[in-house]
Design a protein around this ligand. Structure first.
Ligand SMILES: Nc1ncnc2c1ncn2[C@@H]1O[C@H](COP(=O)(O)OP(=O)(O)OP(=O)(O)O)[C@@H](O)[C@H]1O
Length: 281
């Protein structure tokens, strides 16, 4: 079942086009990554889906709601949002912060303890938010975004500038949510994150989706034709997998001096660069 359908979506700010007709779909229980360098239109796309911006042209449907209905309470209540604007009440405890949002969303009692356990912060429940580290705060913000078990979660760079352990915990939680049927749309600059988490990604550059698909399909699509042969004495020779080289490569299988044959796939970051001509930073 498709939870997000974006069709020829355009968005301009005055004479500047931020999105130039993008289309994609996200299925239920899928993690979809919008990948692109700064200014490519990722946040604009999320803001349209959360009802903050109206499209200039095109159509967007999320969770059976058309973008014209994105202001409705039922729609807003079905979303979880984590962005750089998400915040907590600094002077309240972790528990009081989350209880506030639990009540606001009418989530069942016990939800606070449950989400805190999922991010490994159940022991910090009574700490004042101002005393938490950045990584802890980000995990609490994620708790706030999911306390009402939203059908769809929008995450704008959920792990940027976090340490590897916090990042890992957040990834684990996102995978659990996905396995429970939550649909997740995230933006990231981090290609390792996208490769690990995303079922599908779209490369967004200058307001256009340059290519899309699963990370492994994209890596296969743009694979190099090189084959690396390692010889018994440790030397490595690289040759091309081409029709001209076919006979020589077939002989490799019978050459006892060759101890390893390897083809390597580009990383998602390398694929991004190949497609857009730009590093993803
Ligand atoms: N409220 C706004 N008013 C005018 N222009 C805007 C507004 N929001 C975004 N833009 C422009 O739209 C383009 C896309 O911006 P957007 O924030 O969507 O990029 P992004 O891919 O999320 O970048 P980053 O990774 O830096 O967050 C940029 O050229 C930006 O200047």
């Amino acid at each position: 079942m498709s939870m997000i359908q974006v069709n020829e979506l355009k968005k301009s700010f005055g004479s500047e086009a931020a999105l130039r007709g993008i289309s994609f779909e996200v299925g239920k229980g899928e993690i979809f990554g919008l990948l692109g360098p700064s200014g490519s239109g990722k946040t604009t796309t999320i803001k349209i889906m959360t009802g903050e911006f109206k499209p200039t042209n095109g159509d967007v449907n999320v969770n059976q709601f058309n973008f014209r209905q994105f202001g409705k309470n039922e729609y807003v209540g079905s979303l979880g949002i984590l962005s750089d604007k998400s915040s907590l009440y600094d002077r309240l405890t972790v528990k009081d912060n989350l209880e506030l949002f639990r009540k606001l969303y009418n989530a069942p009692k016990g939800s606070v303890e449950k989400v805190l356990k999922a991010v490994g912060l159940e022991d910090e429940m009574n700490k004042t938010v101002s005393k938490l580290s950045k990584g802890m705060k980000q995990r609490i913000l994620l708790c706030k975004a999911v306390i009402h078990r939203p059908a769809i979660l929008f995450l704008d760079e959920p792990t940027s500038a976090l340490d590897p352990t916090t990042t890992e915990r957040i990834h684990d939680m996102l995978e659990e949510l996905r396995d429970d049927g939550t649909t997740i749309l995230l933006t990231t600059h981090n290609m390792d994150e996208a490769t690990r988490l995303c079922d599908n990604v779209a490369f967004l550059y200058q307001g256009v989706i340059q290519d899309s698909g699963s990370p492994s399909a994209l890596r296969h699509k743009y694979k190099r034709n090189e084959v690396h042969l390692t010889y018994r004495d440790g030397t490595v020779k690289t040759t091309d997998r081409t029709e001209d080289n076919k006979a020589a490569l077939e002989n490799v299988l019978f050459n006892e001096d060759i101890v390893d044959v390897r083809t390597d796939f580009p990383t998602l970051g390398e694929v991004f660069k190949k497609v857009t001509g730009k590093e993803l930073v």
